[in-house]
Design a protein around this ligand. Structure first.
Ligand SMILES: *Cc1c(COP(=O)(O)O)cnc(C)c1O
Length: 227
């Protein structure tokens, strides 16, 4: 078995274990393999081991891989910051985008999504711990943005995404994820129908699952250290 296949098995075991501890069904959490900085060959290896959903941060790099691997049936998620001048590439090449944090970007994605493609699946990125210089909308403004995004054609609003600052311990980590889960519940009780909480990475997926994550984004624990 390749290293990538072994690592994928380990991650699935971690997800299953975290679900068991949290009293959740293992199928309630999906795995997004974050392949940024790794080549199309690494993605193809992960696909051969059964992985179909991949996350990318850098748009140009991603489009090259998406094009090179077009014959495989893969699902591509944009998880990096989106500058206005890159929104068209995102709208034309990706299936999901996790990093919508302002209406202007959502409007551009909506206008630029080709009519022959399925709606772009969207998560709103929330700046849950008010990290300075960090992308993500303030939690207080998330509902208003979600209501506006939900009306845009070509997009389908699915949920929330966050990238918390590293917390000192497991409990503190869980507390941050639980706040995002509470926001998600609040938005659903205000009439949204969100089903996706994109949170948790290689180092903190157990805390994220305890906090209610439905999609963990794992890079280095699958593909190795990034240079
Ligand atoms: C790189 C990245 C990940 C994966 O991080 P690892 O620690 O390598 O698992 C997840 N989410 C986002 C937004 C990232 O940029």
């Amino acid at each position: 078995m390749t290293t990538i296949a072994t690592n994928l098995q380990r991650i699935h075991a971690r997800i299953e274990n975290a679900c068991r501890v949290a009293g959740r069904h293992p199928e309630s959490v999906s795995l997004l393999a974050v392949s940024k900085t790794f080549g199309a060959d690494a993605v193809a290896q992960a696909h051969a081991a059964g992985q179909t959903a991949f996350g990318e941060n850098y748009i140009q790099e991603a489009v090259e891989k998406i094009t090179a691997l077009a014959q495989l049936s893969l699902q591509w998620h944009c998880i990096g910051p989106i500058q206005s001048n890159k929104s068209r590439l995102v709208a034309e090449h990706f299936d999901w985008v996790h990093t919508v944090d302002r209406l202007k970007i959502a409007q551009r994605l909506s206008e630029q999504r080709p009519a022959n493609l399925a709606p772009l699946q969207v998560c709103i990125q929330v700046n849950v711990d008010a990290g300075l210089n960090k992308s993500g909308i303030a939690p207080n403004n998330a509902l208003k943005l979600a209501q506006a995004v939900a009306k845009l054609p070509g997009l389908r609003l699915r949920g929330l995404m966050c990238i918390p600052e590293p917390a000192p311990d497991f409990i503190a980590c869980c507390a941050v994820f639980t706040r995002v889960r509470a926001l998600f519940d609040h938005m659903n009780s205000a009439g949204m129908s969100l089903d996706t909480l994109s949170m948790g990475m290689s180092a903190d997926l157990e805390a994220a699952i305890a906090g209610g994550s439905t999609m963990v984004r794992v890079g280095s624990a699958i593909f190795g250290k990034r240079s």
